[in-house]
Ligand binder design. Structure first.
Ligand SMILES: *Cc1c(COP(=O)(O)O)cnc(C)c1O
Ligand SMILES: [Zn+2]
Length: 442
């Protein structure tokens, strides 16, 4: 099979570039680029044959196919030299039936796709393995990229730093000062990245990094970069594969810069195009009410879109007021009969706590998605027996301060309904027993 792919203008200009070119936007109109695959070549294999190939590679160790991303290599970056690939066996994350949590909402078929159970603790690994591998491929083909840079709300920089460290490429990360968690600050430091902390927000960091990378010697890793989308779209393929190629009724996903919802949509559309699935799920994008430009646009039927000034939210990775992939997201929502929901600080924090009480350990962004799910269930938009997949985007262990402050009753903007504090006692068995009895009697 001679599968191939190229960058094409998302707005529809007749502009195309090689995947090894250093280009992030259409040179004619400035729109974002899209990686366009040669579908004729991919159709040489039937839908059934693709499923067989993907199942055979799934979660094994034959390089590089054991990775959830590179197991779908022909759909991601056809023609890449396997020796360019930098992989931590990302993807293949567990898809769990949230039986008790779903039941508490009156739903029988709620599933959580744990994308945070990944090398650096978020789904950003799925895109970053492709981007860093692509830079290696560029350098192999004669370019000389000196470093890779990103602005980040915390998880992109962690992923970039790790993959660059493995590839021996310097990483440069620009973080908004005091707006990422301690873990997210420590991750790139530990991996040896150059970490610059700027007195601004994410949108401010984004402006600086675009200038820094303008001459092409430093490569830009933000999600305007369409290579990351190719890796992230395997989330859709993977979760359908995990259901033995059955399509769920709904997918709920938290959205900030909105690249991931576009990736999700792209994965489903490609599976339909190539005959692996016959229908599409509905999609719900969940936003923090304090950073909700897509929600506002949705409320007026996508007639008008205006960026907002994002306010401080515990869901710090989606504290974005002017999402770069807004047009891509709106297109996906139209194609997937989509809806947009929002969650206040109170709603997202209690949703996390409710789900944590059933054994999960959620990050605040997943909490935004869970709060949206709770609203859709309550409104009857999602029916009792419909199959729902919530995309959990990061690992809860990265957000210790969020959980600490919630359970201490100190989380700004919230009145915690499910705070659980340690019972402090002297080592006196009778008093310990009395305290336990009182708790169990509640
Ligand atoms: C990046 C990120 C998001 C948002 O993804 P977008 O593609 O920017 O919409 C959500 N949750 C977490 C944990 C993230 O790191
Ligand atoms: Zn164009």
């Amino acid at each position: 099979m001679r599968a191939s792919a190229r960058f094409s203008c998302f707005a529809g200009c007749d502009e195309h570039y090689g995947l090894d070119e250093i280009v992030y936007r259409c040179r004619k109109c400035g729109a974002l680029l899209d990686v366009e695959h040669d579908l004729t070549a991919l159709r040489e294999r039937s839908g059934a044959a693709w499923m067989q190939v993907f199942d055979r590679r799934w979660m094994r160790t034959e390089w590089p196919f054991g990775s959830g991303v590179w197991g779908k290599l022909e759909w991601v970056y056809p023609g890449i030299d396997p020796s360019s690939i930098v992989s931590f066996a990302e993807g293949g994350s567990n898809l769990l039936w949230a039986e008790r949590y779903g039941r508490s909402l009156g739903l029988n078929d709620v599933w959580i796709k744990q994308c945070g159970n990944s090398h650096t603790g978020s789904f950003k690994d799925l895109g970053m393995t492709v981007l860093v591998s692509a830079v290696r491929e560029m350098n192999r083909r004669g370019k000389s990229v000196r470093a890779i840079a990103c602005a980040s709300t915390g998880d992109t920089s962690a992923a970039l730093a790790a993959y660059c460290a493995a590839a021996e490429i310097p990483a440069l990360v620009l973080l908004p000062k005091d707006k990422v968690s301690i873990a997210q600050l420590l991750q790139p430091l530990a991996n040896g990245a150059i970490v610059v902390s700027l007195e601004t927000d994410f949108d401010g960091c984004m402006k600086v990094v675009q200038e820094l990378t303008a001459d092409g010697s430093i490569y830009l890793a933000n999600s305007m970069n369409s290579l990351r989308i190719e890796g992230q779209k395997t989330i859709a393929v993977e979760l359908v594969q995990q259901f033995d190629w059955a399509v769920p009724d709904w997918v709920v996903i938290p959205g900030g810069n909105l690249g991931n919802v576009y990736a999700l949509g792209k994965g489903f559309l490609l599976m339909k195009e190539l005959g692996l699935i016959a229908r599409l799920p509905r999609i719900c994008v969940a936003q923090a009410a304090r950073a909700n430009p897509l929600y506002l646009a949705y409320k007026n039927g996508f007639d008008r879109y205006a960026p907002v000034k994002a306010q401080k939210t515990a869901a710090s990775a989606i504290q974005i007021g002017d999402p770069v992939s807004i047009d891509r997201a709106i297109r996906v929502l139209r194609q997937f009969d989509g809806v947009v929901e929002q969650a206040s600080e109170d709603e997202l924090a209690d949703a996390v706590a409710r789900a944590d009480r059933t054994g999960m350990y959620n990050c605040p962004h997943t909490g935004v998605a869970l709060a949206a799910l709770e609203k859709l269930a309550k409104a009857g938009t999602i029916g009792r027996d419909e199959r729902v997949v919530v995309i959990s985007t990061a690992h809860g262990l990265k957000f210790t301060e969020f959980k600490r402050s919630y359970h201490q009753g100190e989380l700004e903007g919230t009145d915690p309904q499910l705070a659980n504090r340690p019972i402090e006692l002297p080592p006196d068995v009778d008093r310990v027993r009395a305290a336990i009895d009182a708790r169990l009697a509640r």
